[in-house]
Design a protein around this ligand. Sequence first.
Ligand code: NAD
Length: 494
Amino acid sequence: MTNVQTGAGVLAGDERMLIDGELRHTASGAKFDVIDPANEQVAGQATDGTVDDMARAVGAARRAFDESDWSRDLEFRYHCLTQLHDALERNQDRLRRVLVTEVGCPVSVSGSQIDSPIDEVKHWAEHGKAFEYLVDTGMHDTPMGPARRKIHYEPVGVVGAITPWNVPFYLNIAETVPALMAGNTVVLKPAQLTPWSGSEYGRIVAEETDIPPGVFNVVVSSANEVGGALSADPRVDMITFTGSTATGRAILAAGAATVKKTLLELGGKSAHIVLDDADFNSALPLAAMMACVMSGQSCILPSRILLPRRRYDEGIEILKTSMENFPYGDPWDPGNMQGPQISDGQRRKVLGLIASGIESGARLVTGGGIPEHLPVGYYVQPTLLADVDPDSRVAQEEIFGPVLTVTAYDSDDEAVAIANNSIYGLSGEVSGEDVERAFAVATRMRTGNVSINGKSHFGITSPFGGTKQSGLGRRNGAEGYQEYLEGKTIGMPA
Ligand code: NAD
């Protein structure tokens, strides 16, 4: 960062999208506003892509996949993605300023949203280069005599990538780079609240890499129907999506007609089981921090805290103190770790869910509203709700705000039952001094990932994804790369 003085780093991103190698505006010249959530002002604009623009982008990606050597030339792909990594590094400061401007992500915690994904481009280039695309499985008995079988791993084809606004640059990279390295061509549709994290990525690909026209396209738009057109287009072989469960269902339905391969990372409502032997002074301040960093706009946030009844009051007191002392406000101030919510609509949704919790009998311990000292910007106070009914809306629906709900339990079995009382199954957390007991509890949580005592499950080298209505398939790890490949089994003479 060159400048983290209050508000001084605000930067508008590129207005254009990338279609078939060309940085362009939509034909009508229509644009939509991008709002800076920290000051509620228009920070700039983005071209408002249409269903026609999407059709052109898909056509370009189809042609690039079917008619160019991209899918077969591993060395060239390695060259292009290494170039991309270096180009993103050169643009790191600009990308960070665009992110803070359009998301309101505090600059102090932007490393995981900018620096880490840039490193991950290098990781996928190396992983893809070393991947064994041809595996000889040896001889197999068949009624027609012995046959040798080999598995050839081939790219799926045209991949449509649709991303949300909460960690936009990170997810734009996570959804598209392994797909490209595996030999697919890609059309990216970023979220309407954060078009610049996508358009800047497109600009960098067009201006600073040898990635050929059509291989990578970005269509920005204010309209959900443009994402809908991508997920329904018969020329698209696979959709990789991160976003809400409701949109995930729509994408699955849209792809059903052509039986599209679909990778879905959806919503979450993760539980944190705090066992009665846990070190509360270490586990609970960390839980409060997790709830507030990124303004609670994190899919893996363990937002439902389950406390043992005999230590309930002690736990509430520690959580209350931690949330009341959490530094929040202007995202450009390096002392803050929580910024605004992304939009007025999201803030209203968060406040509405807090109110519904109180109506259903929860006790407001701290927070619960708009901070008086921050009248401008979409801020919400760090909020703690105690005595929360596990069946109530606030315990069942994803809040996506700096809010923790707390529920008491009497036995490990009851804690596991409450944790599993959810349509979601993304992540979870267990805290306890006896790690074997904590591990046993973790194995009973019906989720794709669990952390014990704050040791993160999340990272590029390990598979990540949801169970139940939190998703289908995995990102990251070896499994995450293979999602973008089809294994073709070839039987042949010995
Ligand atoms: P969203 O589902 O509203 O939108 C996500 C994307 O889908 C946007 O680009 C949007 O334009 C597009 N879209 C909307 N309707 C569409 C349709 N009918 N067809 C195709 N595309 C469509 O989600 P959001 O509000 O942007 O993001 C927040 C959600 O994302 C939360 O539920 C959060 O849990 C989830 N999320 C999940 C993960 C994960 O890894 N599981 C990570 C980050 C965010």
